[in-house]
Design a protein around this ligand. Structure first.
Ligand SMILES: *[C@@H]1O[C@H](CO)[C@@H](O)[C@H](O)[C@H]1NC(C)=O
Ligand SMILES: *[C@@H]1O[C@H](CO)[C@@H](O)[C@H](O)[C@H]1NC(C)=O
Ligand SMILES: *[C@@H]1O[C@H](CO)[C@@H](O)[C@H](O)[C@H]1NC(C)=O
Length: 572
């Protein structure tokens, strides 16, 4: 046996894998055969608008549909078409079924050898099993799941099953919704994994403002929260997408136009940058599900339902507004080109594609936040902005709260009630006054650096009181976040005339509408503060700068997940 050579031949040595998810059956339940998988994997590489970079396939099961434990015919199809594989073993149907998944895996290794194992990017033990046992999964009748320790035991079983085979050294992980990854009860699964696969669908997050305008920001919030919980393990994007048709979920409208926007904003930011398996190449054969996520329709050889090129990325994003659109545009353009694969340098278009018949074993699962975990993606703020989203000129400063101390009633300094999470956090530095740091999930407040927070306040807050609160728990209370603090000083807040963008620098930061709208002279861990309060500026995007006073030097990962830390807006 040549273990080392075999391990070195795994596809994991390659840079970045891009592809689609592939189920084992068509929508009528009939099994896909090798010729079907060959057709799908080939179509994925030939999609109009792409350059043949969709060369990886994520599978949900090792077992050929309709058999007990025969290896899935996607494997010889992948060998024929040189498609790399993120393998999956179904883990929610009990121990006996899982044993059959392992038999199919080891049989395939024996049967196909290195031709197969050299294509393996990773092996997922289960798919959304933790989501299905969560309250949201149960409410959604999502089917049987698996408990964390059950998955840990399956992971160990597969590690020993592949030890000493041509697949030894394959990276073992698990795929779940991002909401499962940030649930601390599931940490033992993270510890047992080499990598985490994250499924996230802003479309399904119907307990928050989830229109396409915040789709990209919502996805990356989920991604960053997963990274924050990952214990340093790699995070791969195993499912995301936006439906071309289907019901409206809160503000999320299923349409080809929105699917294209999501592809261009989120897909194009991912492709070539991190391992990504899009949902989905084709889910409408022979019948169209509701909602439907397919990049192509019922005809595998039909043209894609929307434009898949990755140039000309739409300028509008959740965190940019009409204000300074030219600056935003150039920032987006450079970010987009930075994500191009090296092999694409010089080309201005990048597209993806892949076509595959629908899969029936799983459908995309809601990544909805449970009610107790709600964090909003809607605008918030303390200021008065009477109509929809404030433009830079329509934001008016709080007229009454100009003093340091909050006046009038204040909301509790906690997010136990209705609250808003910042949708953009940009640091600005007086030491690097022309540098745009872009949006961050961590905030820094130091003598040189302040952080600007954008909040979007829903129109439903009209007439209510809003408070800008700052939550600063003890380090020991934080599960997924962390901070560094020099133990001195306080914070002061300015309300800005217009929202910040990802292109905002110290020099280009909008002027303060209210300098010193609130302050806390001394902050220390284990405390929560109401920094400022006022009538909510309902239906408006509002921007606040938090600056250091008294030498404070604080950096923290903004997190809503218990225990919450950072700047929020509460309403009461
Ligand atoms: C957290 O995970 C555990 C174990 O998977 C699950 O039982 C529980 O319901 C989850 N909690 C939430 C709020 O999803
Ligand atoms: C989507 O968000 C990511 C992460 O913040 C960013 O890199 C990308 O440029 C965004 N896309 C657009 C079009 O704004
Ligand atoms: C899942 O349940 C949540 C909470 O009730 C709900 O908001 C969401 O719409 C459901 N998702 C799906 C896909 O049905």
């Amino acid at each position: 046996m040549h273990f080392l050579a075999a391990a070195a031949a795994l596809a994991t040595a390659q840079a970045t894998h891009i592809g689609f998810n592939y189920g084992g059956t068509f929508t009528d339940g009939s099994a896909k055969q090798q010729t079907d998988f060959v057709a799908e994997f080939s179509r994925a590489k030939s999609l109009q608008g792409t350059r043949g970079e969709f060369t990886s396939a994520r599978l949900y099961t090792m077992i050929q549909a309709g058999t007990a434990d025969t290896p899935i015919s996607a494997i010889p199809a992948a060998i024929d078409t040189q498609t790399t594989l993120l393998l999956g073993l179904w883990a929610s149907a009990g121990k006996d079924n899982f044993n059959n998944e392992v038999i199919a895996l080891t049989s395939a290794i024996d049967q196909y050898g290195l031709a197969f194992t050299s294509l393996i990017v990773g092996i997922s033990i289960g798919s959304e099993d933790l989501y299905r046992t969560s309250p949201t999964g149960v409410i959604n009748l999502s089917g049987a799941g698996a408990e964390p320790m059950e998955l840990v035991s399956y992971i160990k079983q597969v590690r020993s099953a592949i030890a000493g085979t041509a697949a030894s050294g394959a990276l073992i992980g698990h795929v779940d919704t991002w909401t499962a990854w940030v649930n601390g009860t599931n940490d033992p699964v993270i510890s047992a994994c080499d990598w985490l696969g994250m499924d996230a669908y802003p479309y399904f997050q119907n307990t928050i403002a989830n229109g396409i305008n915040v789709g990209n920001a919502t996805f990356f919030e989920a991604y960053d929260n997963t990274v924050g919980a990952s214990q340093g393990k790699a995070v791969w994007v195993t499912e995301t997408g936006w439906p071309v048709s289907g019901p409206q979920e809160n503000q999320a409208v299923a349409s080809m136009q929105n699917a294209e926007t999501y592809w261009k904003e989120t897909g194009c930011a991912l492709f070539g940058k991190m391992n990504t398996w899009w949902y989905v190449l084709q889910d409408a054969a022979p019948t169209t599900p509701n909602p439907s996520f397919g990049v192509i329709g019922a005809d595998l050889n039909g043209t894609p339902l929307y434009d898949l090129t990755c140039s000309n990325v739409a300028v509008t994003s959740a965190s940019s507004t009409a204000a300074s659109s030219s600056a935003t545009s150039s920032a987006v353009t450079s970010a987009s080109s930075a994500t191009m694969p090296a092999s694409a340098s010089g080309a201005n278009t990048e597209s993806l594609s892949d076509a595959v018949p629908g899969h029936s074993q799983t459908s995309p699962v809601s990544a909805s936040l449970s009610p107790s975990q709600t964090y909003q993606t809607t605008p918030i703020t303390i200021a008065a902005c009477s109509s929809s989203i404030c433009s830079s000129t329509s934001i008016t400063a709080l007229s009454t709260t100009t003093a340091a101390a909050p006046s009038g009633s204040t909301c509790p300094a906690s997010i136990s009630g209705e609250y808003q999470y910042p949708h953009l956090i940009v640091p600005v530095s007086s030491a690097n006054p022309d540098k745009a740091y872009g949006t961050q999930y961590s905030a820094t407040i130091s003598p040189d650096v302040s952080s600007v927070f954008n909040f979007d306040l829903p129109a439903s807050y009209a007439g209510e009181t809003c408070s800008l609160v700052f939550l600063f728990p003890e380090q020991a209370a934080l599960k997924h976040s962390a901070f560094t603090f020099n133990g001195q000083g306080g914070i002061s807040a300015n309300q800005l005339m217009s929202p910040a963008t990802e292109a905002t620098t110290y020099n280009s930061m909008p002027a303060a509408a209210v300098q010193g709208i609130g302050k806390v002279d001394s902050v220390s861990p284990g405390n929560s503060y109401v920094v400022a309060s006022s009538e909510c500026g309902a239906g408006a995007r509002q921007s606040f700068e938090l600056t250091s006073t008294g030498g404070l030097n604080l950096a923290y990962f903004q997190d809503w997940n218990p225990t919450p830390i950072g700047a929020f807006i509460t309403v009461c």
